[in-house]
Design a protein around this ligand. Structure first.
Ligand code: NAD
Ligand code: TYD
Length: 350
């Protein structure tokens, strides 16, 4: 029996984590806290919302009183913290929002947990979900390990790095039981179409230009989101307190190669002439401060806890394309309204 608070459960990764925990652990109570920003959508959890071990609470983590009240109400014994502002381009437009949610929001949760647990930490856990972007940018070679020094370079990664530091500071100063994981780029169902893969799937479907930043020679390391969720499950249950675990699939792709693979899959799925989606590729002004390369060494997680990813990238990408093509209503709902303004500002007005 556990009462777990999962924050950001209506978002992309959070919804997969909530689904996994609700289905796999009927003996746990899962409380999903989410503010439902543009990126949070309860449609992501329709299939599990009627489970008796699932509860949703609409709360903003920046509101310290609301967080304290929630801890008093449920007396959680663990927290899996995913709520965040998560898109680099938006962080360049509005850094303060990232500081509020990612830094102040995280500290509010740490304070509430510490207060609620009355400094008796047996059986308690604060699990903070972070990103490989805190490590900065790699050159042609090398991988991020858990020992790599932090070197965040965008407002997003600076805010995540700051939140990681606060989590470690609470461990060192108050002995709060914490664990942190830093994962590479995720892809899969329910990802908001502002991030590379769902944005480009949606644009190809609608015959819209594919805005490739710079020369497209940036490298990212991609992991299927359901594999991230199983890694979180593994670390939550078996990770050592105070440790950091890198999560990744040893799966580096230069953007332009990934985009060409995606175009080929889309041509096949949409019965379009071979090569037609590639014609939509449009090189646009680069992202300011664009990190060159991310690549994760996830061997600690494999060696110590036995976790490994379940599928190959090509298979995962095809599954992802199928999901977006089969879920037009979802895509339509999330791309109407505010999305149109963001798209105009980011890609058409600049
Ligand atoms: P997302 O943007 O899809 O979802 C974020 C969720 O947090 C949304 O449901 C949103 O409503 C909620 N939220 C935002 N501000 C809030 C606030 N003030 N109070 C309460 N809820 C709030 O993000 P994601 O891609 O699912 O990322 C989840 C976590 O994983 C983040 O912490 C992110 O830094 C981390 N991460 C993401 C990736 C990736 O590739 N997407 C990779 C590694 C780590
Ligand atoms: P993104 O999905 O935003 O993830 P992150 O920046 O957190 O790694 O972007 C992945 C890569 O794709 C990154 O190098 C930026 C690039 N990109 C484009 O070229 N065009 C786009 O429109 C977007 C959103 C991203």
């Amino acid at each position: 029996m556990k009462k777990i608070l999962i924050t950001g459960g209506a978002g992309f990764i959070g919804s997969h984590v909530v689904r996994l925990f609700v289905q796999k652990y009927p003996q746990y109570t899962i409380v999903n806290l989410d503010k439902l920003t543009y990126a949070g959508n309860l449609e992501n959890l329709k299939d599990i919302e009627h489970h008796t071990n699932y509860i949703f609470e609409k709360v903003d983590i920046v509101d310290a009183n609301a967080i304290d009240t929630l801890f008093e109400k449920y007396k959680f014994d663990s927290v899996i913290h995913l709520a965040a502002e998560s898109h680099v381009d938006r962080s360049i437009l509005n850094p303060l929002e990232f500081i509020m949610t990612n830094v102040v929001g995280t500290v509010n949760l740490l304070n509430a947990a510490k207060k609620c647990w009355h400094d008796d930490f047996s059986g308690k856990l604060f699990y903070h979900v972070s990103t490989d972007e805190v490590y900065g940018s790699l050159g042609e070679t090398g991988l991020f390990t858990e020992e790599t020094a932090y070197d965040p370079r965008s407002p997003y990664s600076a805010s995540k790095a700051s939140s990681d530091h606060f989590v470690r500071a609470y461990e060192n100063t108050y002995h709060l039981p914490v664990v942190i994981s830093n994962c590479s780029n995720n892809y899969g169902a329910f990802q908001f179409p502002e991030k590379l893969i769902p944005l480009f799937i949606n644009n190809i479907k609608n015959n819209k230009p594919l805005p490739v930043y710079g020369k497209g020679d940036y490298t990212r390391d991609w992991l299927f989101v359901e594999d991230h969720a199983t890694a979180i499950d593994t670390i939550f249950h078996n990770g050592k307190l105070g440790e950091t675990y890198n999560i990744g699939g040893f799966n580096e792709w230069q953007n332009i190669d990934l985009i060409k693979l995606l175009c080929a899959i889309m041509d096949k799925k949409l019965n379009r002439e071979k090569g037609s989606s590639e014609q939509l590729i449009t090189y646009v002004k680069d992202r300011p401060g664009h990190d060159k390369r991310y690549a994760i060494d996830a061997s600690k997680l494999n060696k110590e806890l036995g976790w490994k990813p379940s599928l190959q990238f090509e298979e995962g990408l095809e599954k992802t394309v199928d999901w977006y093509l089969q879920n037009e209503t979802w895509l339509h709902h999330v791309t109407s309204g505010e999305y149109q303004n963001y798209y105009k500002h980011q890609y058409e007005l600049s």
